[in-house]
Design a protein around this ligand. Structure first.
Ligand code: GUN
Length: 293
């Protein structure tokens, strides 16, 4: 038996096709959605993510406005830039690529984003609204994972879901979305302090690996037929590759693919969905802002 491959690229393309209708509605209002992209330093992974996001924006008809700051930029300069984006009517969404350098207070910087333009869903206001199930921007990776699961008809009602990782960006919001009544999973969150990770994962109908550790989830931990979502994007040195590395997730794909019911590849799984949800949130922000609501 081999798992059904959840093709994130294909699902992302379907959603992007759906989004073009909203772009047309905006065009009818004379509005071009705009995304401000702020990048600090030249971390190769961050540069690559930002390039991917900007390319996707251009393809669908979102204007992106990139500002790159040197690694040693001051917090005050960043806060000025955010204030400028908050005021700028051509900017509907603001994305600050994380992580930020250690001398910057990430919380203060994120907290300075106008929640109405917080298309990453990282501000305390949007995270609080998400918890309360009020209208808000939901972080893109968790939102993309929920879309992948529902569009692939993975049974969620009453399922045991194990989230391996507790970041503010993925693990925490995802666990929260999965326990909503509309989804109705029972969630266990595992982390570096978890005793006997294997037995927790083994009980799962759905495993979401978002710890950023290559090979953390092995085949012996997986219940046959389970759905395995791999959020990891790890660069592993590989001299046979032109770039000198290959991308690998947090799960042992080759072995797990043989026993799981569903599995996502890396690359081509969660990554394209994250970018698509950023497009979706930015378009929704432009719709809300331009309707005056
Ligand atoms: N760094 C890693 N993932 C993300 C993301 O989804 N958004 C932003 N802004 N930074 C990230």
């Amino acid at each position: 038996m081999s798992a059904i491959l959840i093709d994130g690229k294909k699902i992302a393309e379907e959603i992007r096709a759906e989004l073009t209708r909203k772009i047309a509605t905006l065009a009818g209002r004379g509005v071009v959605p705009g995304l401000a992209v702020i990048l600090v330093g030249d971390n190769p992974a961050s540069v690559s993510y930002v390039t991917g996001k900007e390319k996707a924006c251009a393809e669908i008809g979102i204007q992106s406005f990139e500002t790159r700051f040197p690694e040693d930029v001051s917090e005050a300069r960043l806060l000025d830039k955010i204030a400028e984006c908050n005021r700028d009517p051509s900017v509907h969404g603001i994305l600050i690529q994380l992580p930020l350098p250690g001398h910057i207070d990430e919380r203060r910087v994120i907290g300075a984003i106008d929640p109405a333009k917080d298309v990453d869903g990282f501000t305390p206001i949007n995270l609080g609204r998400m918890l309360l199930e009020e209208p808000c921007y939901v972080p893109c990776t968790p939102l993309g994972i929920i879309e992948m699961l529902t569009r692939s008809d993975v049974p969620l009602n009453g399922a045991n879901a194990v989230v391996v990782g507790r970041s503010n960006i993925v693990g925490k919001p995802l666990a929260n979305l999965l326990i909503r009544k509309s989804i109705n999973a029972t969630v266990t969150v595992c982390h570096t302090g978890t005793k006997d990770l294997a037995s927790k994962v083994k009980a799962a109908d759905i495993v979401i690996a978002c710890a950023g550790r290559p090979g953390l989830v092995s085949a012996d931990m997986i219940k046959p037929g389970a759905c395995v979502i791999d959020v990891g994007v790890n660069r592993v040195p590989d001299a046979t590759k032109k770039k000198g590395y290959r991308l690998c997730g947090d799960v042992d794909f080759d072995a797990i693919e043989k026993i799981a019911g569903w599995i996502t590849p890396v690359p081509g799984g969660v990554g394209p969905m994250t970018i698509t949800m950023l497009l979706s949130n930015t378009i929704d922000a432009a719709l809300r802002i331009s309707s005056g609501k």
